[in-house]
Design a protein around this ligand. Structure first.
Ligand code: XIL
Length: 386
């Protein structure tokens, strides 16, 4: 018999169907009914850092959200508040007010904060960055952008000195085209994104030499505070072996030229119920072979693989999703030695908070339903811990 959230053992109140963009899917399905325990207690003997992505609004104003995070996680990543575009104003001043407020809520609730992210191409203040280039002249673009990258990395790491102890120094620097470094040559910027996408690789070095901007970013981060852990983070490593190999090659280049500048690698793992399990295994094996700390940094698993509107997953899809959570956790534990396991962060709390759930493409990618009740995915995650 299939149970829905309203009669699961998690004590959730009967679900309401009023919002048509909110899936009222079955959340507890056969084979994945054991949801006892909390994520941080269940995982404690396997790795140290159990994380969730959080945002300021619900951390401030939603008691159930905060309680779920506190109960299940010991570290959080800010969904948006520590991105360059959230901090940098058009005049080049830095405004940490919202990030600080969120940091304080976390600290007051015993949660550590993981820093995401210093150098990325998305969610940038393009007005400010392009304005610098215009003011200096295109011949000076590289010098200007290099200096601003250094100022941003230095100021932000120092702003959170002794508070944020690990940072994604760079995010998504490998393109999806044969694993070369991301630049304007391999990244399409849509009109809608023109004011938020800024390709550092368009202006700074992308060859594997001393001008490489990823190498420089790691050097600047170490200069700012040598005690902070420095990570490189990317997506589709679970999907493309070429991309994984390229990331490993980049990390090996950086560490050869700068003496252990990269402490760890994050594999985002925004995956689906159809993801290729062999490639998942491959990514963990190849990343672990670097000897660095390996983290699953942004995990979620979609069921609505065609992004259909009006979608509701059936029991088969939900079973596949719980099984995929189980598979990934098992593979991480099997392929990443204990000493290298930094931990796992799930990218959100309740399904309704997920960046992958929208009216246009409803989905249930996470471990808690809209009432913050544990789902079969939680049980799948738990079953993977063995
Ligand atoms: C996402 C946020 O969750 C969304 O709220 C935002 O609109 C877009 O970015 N890779 C990353 C994350 O490194 O920062 C992204 O977060 C998801 C993909």
């Amino acid at each position: 018999m299939l149970l829905n959230a309203s009669c699961s053992k998690n004590g959730s109140s009967p679900s309401n169907n009023q919002s048509n963009n909110i899936i009222t899917a079955l959340t507890i399905i056969p084979g994945y009914t054991d949801t006892t325990g909390t994520l941080k207690a269940l995982t404690a003997s396997y790795f140290t850092n159990m994380g969730m992505a959080v945002t300021y609004g619900p951390m401030l104003g939603n008691v159930s959200y905060l309680a779920t995070v506190k109960t299940n996680a010991n570290i959080v990543t800010f969904g948006n508040e520590l991105k360059e575009g959230s901090i940098v104003k058009n005049d080049g001043s830095y405004d940490y007010a919202t990030a600080d407020a969120l940091y304080n809520i976390c600290a007051n609730n015993g949660l550590q904060v993981y820093g995401h992210t210093l150098v990325w191409h998305s969610q940038q203040n393009v007005t400010y960055l392009k304005g610098l280039i215009t003011a200096a002249g295109t011949a000076q673009a590289a010098t200007v952008i290099d200096a601003e990258m250094k100022r941003y990395i230095t100021t932000t790491i120092n702003h959170y000195a002794n508070k944020i102890r690990a940072w994604d120094v760079v995010n998504e620097v490998i393109s999806d085209n044969n694993g070369v470094m991301r630049s304007d040559a391999n990244t399409t910027v849509s009109a809608a994104n023109a004011n938020s996408v800024f390709l550092y690789g368009q202006y700074l070095g992308t060859k594997y030499d001393q001008n490489n901007y990823v190498l420089k970013a790691f050097q600047y981060a170490r200069l700012a505070d040598p005690t902070v852990l420095r990570f490189i983070n990317d997506y589709n490593l679970d999907y493309s072996r070429v991309k994984t190999d390229s990331l490993v090659a980049l990390v090996s280049f950086i560490n050869k030229n700068g003496a252990a500048l990269v402490d760890g690698i994050g594999t985002q793992m925004h995956i689906s119920i159809n993801s290729n399990k062999d490639n998942i295994d491959y990514s963990f094996q190849a990343l672990a072979a670097t000897g660095l700390k390996i983290r699953i940094s942004e995990m979620d698993i979609v069921t609505n693989t065609t992004k259909a509107s009006g979608f509701t997953p059936d029991a088969t899809a939900l079973a596949a999703q719980a099984a995929m959570y189980k598979y990934v956790i098992q593979s991480y534990l099997k392929n990443v030695p204990f000493a290298q396991r930094y931990g796992i962060t799930v990218w959100g709390v309740a399904d309704t908070d997920s960046w992958l759930n929208s009216t246009a493409s409803p989905d249930v990618p996470l471990l808690f339903d809209k009432n913050y009740a544990k789902k079969s995915t939680f049980s799948g995650f738990k079953q993977g811990l063995q």
